[in-house]
Design a protein around this ligand. Sequence first.
Ligand code: AHR
Length: 663
Amino acid sequence: MSCNQPVDVVTIDLSRGEAEIPSLLVWYFFEEITHSGDGGLYAEMIRNRGFEDGTLPSGTVLKDGKAVAKPLHCYSNDSINHFSIAWNDSLFMESWEVKCVSDTRPPFYEITEVKPLNNATPHALFIDLGASASDVWVMNDGYWGIAVTEGQRYNFQFYLFTEELKNTVVTAALLDREEQIVVSKNFQIERDGSWNHYEGTFTVDTTANDLRFALLLPHKGKVYIDFVSMFPENTFCGHKNGLREDVAGMLRDLRPDFVRWPGGCIVEGLTMDNRIKWKEMIGDIVKRPGEYNLWGYRSTYGFGYHEFLQFCEDIDADGMFVCNAGMSCLFRNGDYWEEENRIDNLIQDALDAIEYALGDTTTVYGKRRAENGHAAPFPLKYVEVGNENVGLRYVKNYNRFYKAIKEKYPQIEVVCALMFSPYIQEAEKIDILDPHYYETAGWFYNNADVYDKLPDDIPYKIYVGEYAAIGRPSLYSSLAEAAYLTGVERNADKVQMVSYAPLIENAAHGKDHLLVLKNDSVYGRTNYYVLKMFSENRPDVNLHTDLKPASPEPVFRTNGFIGLGTNNTEAQFKDLKVIVNGEEIYTSGWSDFVDKWTIIRGDWKTEGNLLSQSQKGIDALAILEDREFDDCTIELKAKKFLEQKDSELCLAARIRIIILWRT
Ligand code: AHR
C-alpha cells in the first residue's frame, strides 16, 4: 500500500467504557443429532450394541411400513398433525451381519424378545447355528468402520445365553475387510441356560479404520447374544463409559463456560412419549433402554445425564439441563399434556434432575449419583423449561415450572424457551430468554447490530441458545457469524450468553456443523476457530469506537448463486427475475427447474409458470447452482399458505430469497 492511499480510521475512546462483557459469553449446546453422541463424542465403538435399533419410537405404532403417532391435538393450534415416519424392521440388525465362515449355508437367525437380558432392553439376537454349513461370524461394522491405533488397548464385553452349543469356545475378534483376524481372544462359554457376561481386552499392533468386531461361533447349537460393546481404554479423563479423547479435547479447547444439554427438539420428542427421559439415562449402561430420536436414528442413552454432568466437571464448565415442558415438537406430532398431575410429574422430574446434580447423598437422587460413582455434587447452574416453544399452553406450564424450581432451588437460573414472542408478557418471571437464530450468512453479516435495537430496560437476560449461518459453511459464513458475535459482545449487558448449534457431525451423517469427525479423526470448521478466538480473547468491557471509512461506502463485492426457501409454510413462486443494470439476465419459466435447480430440502414442483413448495417444515431450500450472479436485483412474486391459527407460527412462516456466495 502506498503512503498516500486513503486509509480507514478506527478511533477507540479509552475514556468511554460501555457495556461490561460477562465471562459467560461463549457456550455450546450439545444435542444427539447427526451422530454427535453415538458415533461421535461417546466412545462406544459398536453400533446397535443391544439389538434395539428397530424398536419403534415410543408413542407410535407400526402401520403400512410407517411408525405412526397417535392422532392427538397439537399444542399450538389444536390441529391433528397425523405424524408418521417410514419404518423398517431391518433396523434391528443395523450394522450387524451374520454369515457362515465358508460363505455357503447361513444359519437361521432372528431378533427376539423371548430371552430378554433385562426388561429395559428386551431384544436379543437368536441364532440357530445348526443350519449353517460351517462356523459362524456375527460381525458388527461399528460406526462406519472400527478404527484402532497401534499399541492401544480396547476393552470389550458381550452377553451370551446358551444351553446347547457344539463346543464351548467362542472367539471374539477384530477382522479386516477380508475377514482376516487382526486380533482375537477365546472364551470358554457357560452352557447353563442363563445370561453370562464375558469381557476382555484387545491390544492391537496395527493402525486401521475399517475393521469389524466379530464373534466366531461353532456351527451347532443355539445361542442368544446381547449387549456387545467395545471402548478404547484411553477415554477423555479416563472414564469407563467415556468420551473420545480427540473429540472431547476439541470441545474442552473451546473453553466453554457452560454446556446446554440434551436438546433441542430431542427434549420435546416426536411425541410426548418419545421425549427425553433423563432417569433412563443414568446407571448401568446395559439397562438403559435408549430411544429413537427425532433426528433419524436410535440413541443408546450411553452419553446420558450423568456423563453430561461429568463432562461439565471435567472441562470446568457449568451445566444447563433442558427439560420437557409438557409438549412434543410442534413440527412433529406436537401433542401435549394438560392434566395437572401429569404436569406435576414433569415438574417433579425436573426437580429430581436438579437433585441428582446438586443434592447431598442423603437425598434420593443425590444418593443415586453417589451410587453411580460421584458423591460430590455436579456443577449444574441452569434449567431450561422446554425448547423453542410457543403459545399460552407453554407459558402456563412454564410459570408452574419456574415457581417450583425457584422455591426449592433459588440459586438455579431458569431459562424460558419462548422465542421473542407476544406471549412473553404472560410469563410471570423470566430470568433468561432463549431465542434461536438459524439464518443465512448474509443475514448474520447484515445483522451484526440486531441487538443494538433492543430496549435498554429489557427485564431478563438473553441467552441465544442456538445460532448458525445456514447453507454451506465457508470462510464467509464464519466471518458473518463473527460479525454477529461482535454485536453480541457490544450488547453483553443484555445478551449474556450464546451457543453455536449444532455442535458435532459424523461425516457419514452430517451437514454443516462445527466439528466434523470420522471414526479416526476430528476437525473443526472455520467457525469452530471463530468461537475459539472469541473464547481465548475475552474482553472485560466495550470501549466506544468510531469508524471513518476511507471510501464513504465500502464496497463488498462477491458472486454466488441464488436460491429460494421457505420456513414453516407452503408457498408458490412465479416471475423470478435477476436484473443487472436494467437488463433481465435470468427469467424463470421453471422449464429449467428439473435440470438446473438442486433441491436441498422440501417438496418442490412446477406447474406452468408456478413453482410450489408444499412441505410445512423448516428450511425448505432449492438452489440454482448452475449460474453465477454478481451485484443484481432479484424480483419475484411469492405467496405463502398458512393454515395455522397461532400468530407465532405465522411469524415463523417465511419465504426466502437466498444468495449464497461461492467461496
Ligand atoms: O440444532 C438443531 C435443532 O434446531 C434443535 O434441536 C432445535 O432447537 C432447532 O430448531
